[in-house]
Design a protein. Sequence first.
Length: 431
Amino acid sequence: MSYSEILFEKAKTVIPGGVNSPVRSFKGVNSTPIFFSKANGAHLYDVDGKSYIDFIGSWGPMILGHQHPAVLESVRSTLQQCMSFGAPCSQEVELANLICTLIPSIEKVRMVSSGTEATMTAIRLARGYTGRDKIIKFEGCYHGHNDSLLVKAGSGALTFGQPSSPGIPSSLTEHTLNLPFNDKEKLYEVFSQNGENIAAVIIEPIAGNVGCIPADTEFLMALRKLCDAYGAVLIFDEVITGFRVGLTGAQGHYNITPDLTTLGKIIGGGMPVGAVGGKAAIMDHLAPVGPVYQAGTLSGNPVAMSAGIATLTQLQQPDFYKHLQAKTEFFVNTLSAQAKEHGIPLVINAVTGMFSLFFSKEAKVNSFEQAMTTDVAQFQHIYHVLLEKGIYLGPSAYESAFLSSAHDQAVLDEALSAFDAAFLSLKTHLG
Ligand SMILES: *Cc1c(COP(=O)(O)O)cnc(C)c1O
């Protein structure tokens, strides 16, 4: 048995399913997880000493690669002073200021400790601000594991959502409408019938949790227009896309301004951080100035803030995103050509620094339904070939992959030759 297997056996006796977040269990690829002990730049090292090129980057945060010297230095220097006060510190002001300066739609920002907390707070704030209950979300968008957002579509055209997990009362999710992503007609229909009751619309402008699916610009424009017309709060969940697709996130990419934005992942530089920010007029409804309650023991933790400050500072280097974009394009274009050469139907969606592979015969993947056409068995086949060759992708056919500034040409070339071999193996396998 490998040490990873031994650890997993032990883990299962003391942690439900042996993992602290379900996708890590490798169920999505019919296998057992790898345990890691070290990371550096674009590489991960498992407890058995094998190295991998990392295409997860902790699900997005590690955009500078692992153990970036500037981030380490910032964290170390804060650690010499403190770990946590549960009281105000200068670092939280500095990170808030950076976020407000870099993202024009964010006038004020509240720090929390995870993306889930950020979206939970955004929804509560929108409800408190509008005095309405209903919210709209979209199929395939993930906003953390909040009760009112963990919802699947109800049957019938306009029924309200059903809980997608036991433990969530349907009286909570009945206020959540789950609509098809990128479906403008449906959106107009729902607003014309329920518009006056809708507190908020929450969307990942570039969906990243069902693979990578950018919203159509027209769809987001319609969303902005309808929210304005009906007085609903437009929330962009940019927990992945914030500081990933550019310094101004997806809202800058599309040039569409939300009322509230949720952030996480990159702004913590690898530490547990989330944030909700937006118009001061809405943000000031939060306690202690306003009546909407929200709090957190470790919110604005100085060590976590320091990792975020250093990360956002690095991201402002000239041409950071230009390089990341060029790298992403080179990588996915080459993958595309390889798959074509081996006769494997493959749709690749990509935006700066993130991409996903759909083993689908569809011409494009633009919706949740189309994402579901990906051939999971084909993904699983290449997954295990790649893993063996030291390429670490998210262990599920429906996850995005992430690139960092540490993925240099040599790393990309090595990964590409592994992918080429994996596609060839799949071709042989399919006969
Ligand atoms: C990861 C993610 C979340 C949840 O963040 P956690 O820190 O895991 O709670 C919310 N929204 C989106 C878009 C995410 O990708």
